[in-house]
Design a protein around this ligand. Structure first.
Ligand SMILES: C[S@@+](CC[C@H](N)C(=O)[O-])C[C@H]1O[C@@H](n2cnc3c(N)ncnc32)[C@H](O)[C@@H]1O
Length: 222
């Protein structure tokens, strides 16, 4: 119980620090800051962690505490080292609350398709997109093992709690994307989950996440 309370306090502190860092660092991106504050407002009384927890309880998932977010300061590093440009169309598989998708669209300038199956995340993000009349952001309430991946030039995948079978299914899908499609995955590379050679590892580096440091693997479909 005490341990959970300690983790909750640590997460709250990190959230506040991240909020201040984001506002300061991206202060010149007014459209992004507006969308960021609007979306943050929608989570004022129910954090992304509780939205995810409620959904996971509802579907009777084994681990209901598995939600996590990429801090935007870390996402900036991931985007740079992955080589994401304004001409890219990024598919975020498991977009969560959607702060990352808004950042990719409004700071990096790329087109973004946010795929997320928790309706509580999807309707909030869709609302922000609609109210601010944002173009180049598509939000889908779908399973990323099923959703169409046409036109993706970059995939961002942060899903460290998946079982091996699911990662294998996902890797099979991603291996079928056109050659040169770039995939940034957090915590594990995809190649070990396949028998046939399908991905070229381009880079591996560490970034900060709320629970500590994690490896990011950048790989290209061969
Ligand atoms: C670890 S969170 C990452 C959120 C966000 N991408 C980020 O980096 O901040 C993973 C998200 O994937 C979603 N998710 C898990 N399995 C999914 C599936 N099969 N289809 C769509 N979304 C899924 C979860 O609901 C969760 O919001």
């Amino acid at each position: 119980m005490l341990k959970l309370l300690w983790i909750a306090l640590k997460v709250k502190w990190q959230e506040c620090r991240e909020f201040a860092c984001v506002v300061w660092r991206f202060r010149s991106h007014k459209a992004f800051l507006l969308s960021y504050c609007l979306l943050a407002f929608l989570y004022l009384f129910s954090s992304p962690y509780s939205v995810s927890r409620r959904y996971l309880k509802w579907i009777d998932a084994g681990d209901v505490y598995s939600y996590g977010e990429t801090p935007l300061t870390s996402l900036a590093e991931i985007a740079d080292r992955t080589g994401i440009h304004a001409s890219d169309h990024v598919f975020e598989l498991g977009a969560g609350s959607g702060f990352t998708s808004l950042w990719l669209r409004l700071v990096k300038g790329c087109k973004i398709t946010a795929v997320e199956w928790v309706p509580g995340f999807v309707y909030r993000l869709k609302w922000v997109v609609r109210v601010l009349k944002l173009s180049g952001v598509e939000v889908r309430c779908e399973d990323y093992l099923q959703t169409a991946l046409e036109n993706a030039t970059v995939i961002y995948l942060f899903a460290s709690n998946l079982d091996d079978l699911t990662i294998n299914k996902l890797a099979e899908r991603l291996a079928a994307l056109p050659s040169g499609t770039r995939i940034a995955s957090v915590s594990y590379p995809l190649q070990p989950y396949l028998k046939q050679p399908a991905f070229d590892l381009v880079e591996r580096f560490e970034v900060c996440f709320p629970w500590g440091r994690a490896d990011v693997y950048v790989q290209d479909v061969v």
